[in-house]
Design a binder for this molecule. Structure first.
Ligand code: FNR
Length: 366
């Protein structure tokens, strides 16, 4: 770990130095003109914090229970494909780090270690992310394996009927190297992602072949019939969809625009958060991912109603720089920063953190 990595930005720089440019671009990039990617970060700057004083902050406690699982911090790692792109161990290292930090890990359907290996390494709660495949038998098989391995929830990604136009990957003709495989899916399902195409991206071609773009609300019942696990929808950005999700019996929502990798121009995740929170019953957990890089960001998202937040890219930066220890460092830094924020904000417990903790950041004069 580089000396001076006192922030996630420091770890980001170190990761960039270490990774081949086409892998860096795959991780870091967004779709289109990357407006949503950029805005995800910028909107956190629209908020100022309203600190309360003369509050006993000797014991700040950010612990919580999320869908029945205890977490020491309101933080998790968002589902990301192929952790072995940046570290030979991949998801098992990430799982150990998340457990040690008291955080959640959402493993991706395109994980590069088996669900059973990830579960054996994990010491904290695990959820599994799914895309809706044309091959429903493959979906059923994954759900059964996840249940048997002790995963505690399913996260269905609903913002990817096809893959966003990720110009960096298209320019690089990016394809996943043959040494890194989505080992939880059979080879016939995966071959396209390793195929470098002329002026194309293997990832996008693969999604065109395998993702089912007909997925609609009525299909959720099919999935619910096949599992006892709670169902989380990832990629909801509007009050309309939040209400439909509640009507269809979803257990939690993850407000996300896929880290700016899908619809460019979509609402920044933090901007969408309040309307989603306001559209669902208070007890339904709403999570957020996209652009969270500091403990202050975590506090702002929680104040706007998120029960917990997930980080994407920063976990891969940590993994690239120092494997399990690097991911742990990322989570630890966010924990420490959040702890400081809660203390200096005079709101030592998560229940104290509401919208009254926030003000609009003043606009520049002139
Ligand atoms: C992702 N994301 C993602 N989401 C998903 O549902 N399934 C997946 O397989 C992936 N894969 C993936 C790979 C990489 C390299 C990245 C960077 C992202 C999106 C991810 O879950 C999350 O929504 C964003 O990464 C959150 O934004 P930040 O924290 O990266 O800004």
């Amino acid at each position: 770990m580089p000396v001076g990595a006192l922030t996630l930005a420091g770890i980001e720089h170190a990761a960039r130095d270490r990774l081949p440019p086409e892998i860096w671009d795959f991780i870091e990039g967004g779709s289109g003109a990357e407006r949503t990617l950029t805005a995800n970060r910028e909107v956190f700057g629209h908020y100022a914090l309203r600190p309360r004083t003369l509050v006993d902050v000797s014991a700040c406690d950010p612990a919580l229970t999320l869908l029945g699982a205890p977490l020491r911090i309101p933080l998790g790692i968002a589902p990301m494909a192929y952790h072995r792109l940046v570290d030979p161990e991949g998801e098992t290292a990430t799982a150990r780090a998340a457990g040690a930090a008291g955080a959640l890990l959402v493993a991706g359907m395109f994980a590069s270690r088996t669900l059973e290996e990830i579960a054996a390494a994990a010491t904290g709660p695990l959820w599994l992310q799914l895309y809706w495949l044309r091959r429903r038998d493959a979906l059923t098989a994954l759900v059964e394996r996840a249940e048997a391995a002790g995963f505690r929830a399913l996260v269905l990604t609903v913002d990817a009927p096809r893959i966003g136009r990720r110009l960096r990957d298209l320019r690089n003709g990016f394809a996943v190297p043959p040494t890194v495989r989505a080992v939880n899916l059979d080879e016939t399902l995966m071959s396209a992602s390793h195929r470098a195409t002329d002026g194309g991206s293997g990832i996008a071609e693969h999604a065109r072949e395998q993702f089912d773009p007909t997925l609609s609300w009525s299909d959720l019942a099919w999935l619910r019939e096949r599992t006892r696990l709670p169902l989380v929808l990832k990629g909801v950005l509007t009050a309309e969809d939040a209400r439909l999700a509640v009507e269809h019996g979803v257990d939690a929502l993850l407000v996300s625009n896929h880290g700016g990798r899908q619809l460019d121009g979509a609402l920044p995740a933090l901007t969408a958060l309040p309307e989603v929170v306001d559209a669902v019953p208070a007890e339904l957990p709403v999570l957020l991912d996209g652009g969270v890089r500091t403990g202050t960001d975590v506090a702002v998202a929680l104040a706007l109603g998120a029960r917990a937040v997930l980080i994407g890219r920063p976990a891969l930066w940590g993994l690239a720089v120092d494997g399990e220890a690097g991911v742990h460092r990322v989570l630890r830094l966010l924990h420490e920063e959040l702890d400081h924020t809660l203390a200096l904000l005079g709101r030592p417990r998560l229940v104290d953190l509401g919208r009254d903790a926030l003000a609009r950041w003043p606009r520049p004069v002139g």
